[in-house]
Design a protein around this ligand. Structure first.
Ligand code: UDP
Length: 327
């Protein structure tokens, strides 16, 4: 049987690059696409010598074409941290709206199955806890996270419309906080922020009083859940994440212990619309995908710390080096 041909957008990003690795390992032919605004070729450098891997430097908010047959599309292109949304709000809106439309059109033209990366942010600052897929959410459309949250909600609506109206085979994963090697050091997310600070000997910056909660999933578990969802026949949204919930203050304490540094935590104001609590209800994923996370935080953090320790002092001390273009 011919190798499955897979297009992965956001291929040079954190999740996209891990997905490229997984599909290559499954014997697929992978076409990675990225405009490299927040992605980094370093994450997929090791794949360039592989004859089953191709790279397209392209912005998916413009018309997308790839040659030949296509079996699967995984749409993972998007900035994914509140700091990035503030810096590049228009691109954040475009990639999940216009980009999703282009990729659904491509899926229809090529008769490919498409899986789109949605997010726990569709639940906003949730009033239901833990979050189940049937909760509609509590989102501020004009707050700092609105450009991401509303684009992802539009993504889900557009994807369902292509499914019901055009009969395209679609899958929607709602991804909760995920961590692991290849996270961008300076993207502003809490884990790289804390580990970077610990490695530089700086205090850990806790926003608010640190009582807000998150539930962190190790990247390999997430990739497994996504892979199973793609191969399933389920077209409504599915939460994939780790339900082990922790406060940000406790998380800071874990990082201090892990890194063995003598740093303390310093408290900064809580950003606007920062969700107070977040934990996935994964009953549905357990039932239809026979999936649940296997890697606990102690093990996942150990592996992630080992990665960050390989960064050079230059990389570690470099402030965000990207100049975002306004468009
Ligand atoms: N956070 C923090 N210090 C930081 C960065 C983030 O206390 O240096 C907090 C942030 O306010 C939020 C949580 O950590 O409550 C997770 O933030 P992240 O940006 O990683 O993801 P999200 O808020 O989208 O879940």
């Amino acid at each position: 049987m011919a190798a499955k041909r897979v297009l992965i957008t956001g291929a040079a990003g954190f999740l996209g690059s891990h997905l490229c690795d997984r599909f290559i390992a499954e014997g697929c032919h992978v076409m990675g696409m990225d405009n490299l605004i927040t992605g980094d070729l370093k994450n997929i450098e090791h794949l360039f010598s592989n004859e089953r891997f191709e790279f397209y430097h392209h912005d998916v908010s413009k018309f997308v074409h790839v040659p030949g047959n296509l079996d699967y599309i995984l749409h993972f292109a998007s900035p994914a941290s509140p700091i990035d949304y503030l810096k590049i709000p228009i691109q954040t809106l475009k990639v999940s709206s216009l980009g999703t439309h282009n990729l659904l059109g491509l899926a229809k033209a090529k008769q490919a199955r498409i899986l789109v990366a949605s997010t726990s942010e569709v639940y906003g600052d949730p009033l239901v806890h833990p979050q189940t897929e049937d909760y509609w959410g509590h989102v501020n459309p004009i707050g700092p996270r609105g450009v991401y949250d509303e684009a992802k909600r539009f993504m889900e609506a557009m994807t369902m419309a292509y499914h019901t109206y055009h009969g395209v085979e679609t899958r929607i994963v709602r991804i909760f906080n995920t961590y692991g090697p290849r996270m961008r050091l300076n993207d502003g997310r809490v884990l790289p922020a804390f580990i970077g600070q610990a490695l530089r000997g700086e205090d850990l910056t806790v926003f608010g009083d640190g009582s807000q909660t998150r539930s962190f999933c190790y990247v390999d578990d997430l990739v497994e859940g996504i892979y199973r969802l793609l191969l399933s026949d389920y077209s409504s949204p599915v939460n994939v994440g780790n339900p082990q919930e922790i406060t940000i203050k406790e998380f800071g304490e874990e990082i201090i212990k892990l890194t063995g540094t003598a740093q303390k935590m310093v408290f900064h104001p809580l950003p606007a619309d920062d969700p107070k609590q977040r934990r996935p209800d994964i009953t549905l994923a357990k039932k239809i995908l026979n999936w649940e996370p296997k890697i606990d935080r102690a093990e996942g953090l150990k592996r992630t710390y080992a990665y960050f320790k390989t960064l050079s002092p230059d990389e570690l001390h470099k402030k965000e080096h990207r100049e975002f273009v306004k468009k």
